[in-house]
Design a protein around this ligand. Sequence first.
Ligand code: PLP
Length: 371
Amino acid sequence: VTPVRSRPRAPQLPDRVRRLRPYVPGRPAQQVRRELGLDAVIKMASNENPYGPSPRAIAAIQAAAASVGSYPDSACHDLVQALASHLGVPPEQILLGNGSDEIIHYLGVAFLEPGDEVLSGHPSFLRYEAAATLNDATHVAVPLADFRFDLRAMAERLSARTRVVFIANPNNPTGTVVTRLELERFLEEVPERVIVVLDEAYFEYAVDEEYPDGIEYVRGGENVVVLRTFSKIHGLAGLRVGYGIARPEIVSAVHQVREPFNVNSLAQEAAQASLLDSDYVAAMRRANREGHDYLAAAFDDLGLRFVPSHANFILVDVARDARAVFEQLLRRGVIVRTDPAFGLPTFLRVTIGTPDQNRRFLRELADILRS
Ligand SMILES: Cc1ncc(COP(=O)(O)O)c(C=O)c1O
């Protein structure tokens, strides 16, 4: 006789896992097409490059396609060398990740212990909190002031338990920057055992003369980790490749905890090709600035308050329930972003698109706001 077995109980989750807030990504255009039966859907929700990658990156992916039977180079040797010469830093100060997301995760795993504090701003990139929670650390989020990281207020929140500080510069979702002077004053206050992560995912788009290049602080020997990515201006979000620049001891600590083959071979090839295509990057930067100025002027015409941006997205105040406007835009095939976690219930974040996409978004938005 087969013994009757009750259904196994659901596994008990550790607190740190239960407390994690799942990340809700921007909806993929295909999903919206499928679910709403729409033909022409545009996604202006995840701060991707609307023009996609450089033709040289696409050619590199095609050329490398037949080699995916082998594991990728675990050390990413060629890409590390290319980045080292491009950035003017020694190769042992460069680390690569499956997106800069993964490096944020590894920094948490490598450096955080239960009870530590992770200091950041609010609203900012949501993965900093996840890195804290997953490692039983406390996320201390200091409100932005006038949509900018308030480094003075953050300096006051440094404590004996602070271990990692995350500064998104430019910040997501506001597109604002901290200046060189603000950053340097803050770094002077930071105790030696604290690691300051300057997340520069949108570095290439920033236009402020006072905008600091975080690598200078790594060169100066500070406990600073600069994060950059191929997902944004390089248009390679789908391949997942980001990088960090830090002192060699920090790079070694991440190597201790990382997956051995965390950056796939197509990503390594595409990133190298894209790095060499500086004309493409410059063209993307110009197109983004034109798109920014076009949207900004249109928001002015519509009487909408917005936050001037140093990135490839703009936060705009639609002065009513942003969720409802988001849903209406979605039904018209335009995907933008609003998130309760931003704590900005009347704001939409829209990725700067191609001229056609920007025009279509504005047409639909104006129509919705009139009704
Ligand atoms: C501030 C910031 N950091 C990091 C990332 C992660 O980028 P990726 O993992 O694609 O390199 C993003 C993506 O939106 C971001 O906005």
